[in-house]
Design a protein around this ligand. Structure first.
Ligand SMILES: O=C(O)CCC(=O)C(=O)O
Length: 284
C-alpha cells in the first residue's frame, strides 16, 4: 500500500472511543507483508555479519523466515550472547527500523489517539525486539511505559506503538494487557535495575494494583499496530513456540504539551560493542 494512502488513514469514532475507554487500540493491516518482510530480512543480514562462516541457509528461499534460521539465532544467543547482543544492538540503529516505526500510517494513528497533529509528536524508545522462545531475560513484568518514558509527565499525553512482524498469539508471546487500567494514572513502580547487560530493567506495577483489572492477550496479525496509553498496565507474554517473536516499537509524545521534557537515555550495556568503542577511542 503506498505510504501516502496509509498516511491519510483516519480512525473511526468507534476506534477512538475504544482507545479512550480501554487505553489501547489494535489497528489491523497497517503494513503489507512486503514491508514487514523487509525488516525481517535485516536480521538475516546481521546474522551473516556476525557469523560470516555460517552460510548454510544462504541459497534458501526466504532464509530469514525459515525455522532453521530461528534455531540458528536461538543457538547463537546461547553460545555467544555477546555476538547476539551486538546483532540486536545493530538492528536498533537501522535506518529502516526508524523509518518503519515512524511511518506516516503509525504516526497518524498515534496522532489521532492523542488528539494532536502528527507534526507535533516526538518519538523515543525505538526498538526492534527479538524474543526467543522460553527465554524471559528480556521479558518485562507488569509495567506502565510512563515509568520508563517520562517525556510527558501526564501519561495520557503519550503512547507506545507495537507492530507485529509475524502473527503473534497468546502462546507465542502476545502482550498481556489490563484494559482500562490507564485510569489508575501513574502508579509508583517497584524498581529493580538490570541484572546484567542481557536482561531488561524492571519497573513493576505492584501486584495489588494489577489484580484490580481483567487481563487479555493482545493477539496480532503480521502488519497490525497496537497503540497503548503510557499509563496502561501491560507485560510481556510468554513465548512457548519454537520461533522468535519479532516486534518493532516506538513511543510517541506530544511535544507541544506543557509537560513535555526532551529526554534521552544513554544506553551502552553491550560490552562487546562498548569494548569496540573504547578501542576506537584508544581507551584500551
Ligand atoms: O514486547 C514485549 O514483550 C514488551 C514490550 C513492552 O511492553 C514495552 O516495551 O513497553
Amino acid at each position: 500500500m503506498p505510504v501516502e494512502r496509509r498516511g491519510a488513514m483516519s480512525l473511526t469514532e468507534q476506534q477512538l472511543e475504544s482507545y479512550r475507554t480501554q487505553g489501547f487500540l489494535r489497528v489491523e493491516g497497517v503494513f503489507s507483508n512486503d514491508e514487514t518482510d523487509r525488516l525481517r530480512r535485516l536480521v538475516y543480514r546481521l546474522y551473516r555479519k556476525f557469523q560470516p562462516d555460517d552460510g548454510e541457509l544462504d541459497g534458501v528461499d526466504a532464509a530469514w523466515d525459515d525455522v532453521r534460521f530461528d534455531r540458528k539465532m536461538i543457538e547463537l544467543r546461547a553460545r555467544n550472547p555477546r555476538a547476539f547482543g551486538a546483532l540486536y544492538d545493530c538492528a536498533q540503529n537501522s535506518i529502516d527500523v526508524l523509518r518503519f516505526v515512524t511511518d506516516p500510517g503509525v504516526r497518524e494513528i498515534a496522532a489521532q489517539c492523542l488528539g494532536d497533529a502528527s507534526e507535533n509528536l516526538a518519538c523515543s524508545g525505538i526498538m526492534y525486539r527479538m524474543d526467543p522462545p522460553k527465554d524471559d531475560r528480556n521479558a518485562i513484568g507488569w509495567h506502565q511505559d510512563r515509568a520508563y518514558y517520562p517525556q510527558n509527565e501526564d501519561g495520557n499525553q503519550g503512547l507506545v506503538a507495537t507492530i507485529a512482524l509475524q502473527d503473534i498469539v497468546a502462546d507465542t508471546g502476545a502482550l498481556v494487557i489490563c484494559p482500562d487500567s490507564q485510569r489508575a494514572g501513574f502508579v509508583a513502580p517497584h524498581t529493580a535495575g538490570k541484572a546484567d547487560y542481557e536482561s531488561t530493567e524492571q519497573k513493576t506495577v505492584p501486584a495489588e494494583q494489577v489484580d484490580r483489572y481483567d487481563q487479555v492477550h493482545n493477539e496480532m496479525k503480521r502488519g497490525d499496530v497496537t497503540v497503548m496509553n503510557m499509563n496502561l498496565f501491560h507485560r510481556s507474554g510468554v513465548n512457548l513456540g519454537e520461533r522468535i517473536r519479532y516486534t518493532a516499537l516506538c513511543r510517541f509524545h506530544r511535544i507541544l504539551a506543557d509537560d513535555y521534557v526532551p529526554f534521552g537515555l544513554l544506553y551502552q550495556f553491550n560490552d562487546f560493542l562498548s569494548g569496540r568503542i573504547r578501542k576506537s577511542r584508544n581507551e584500551g
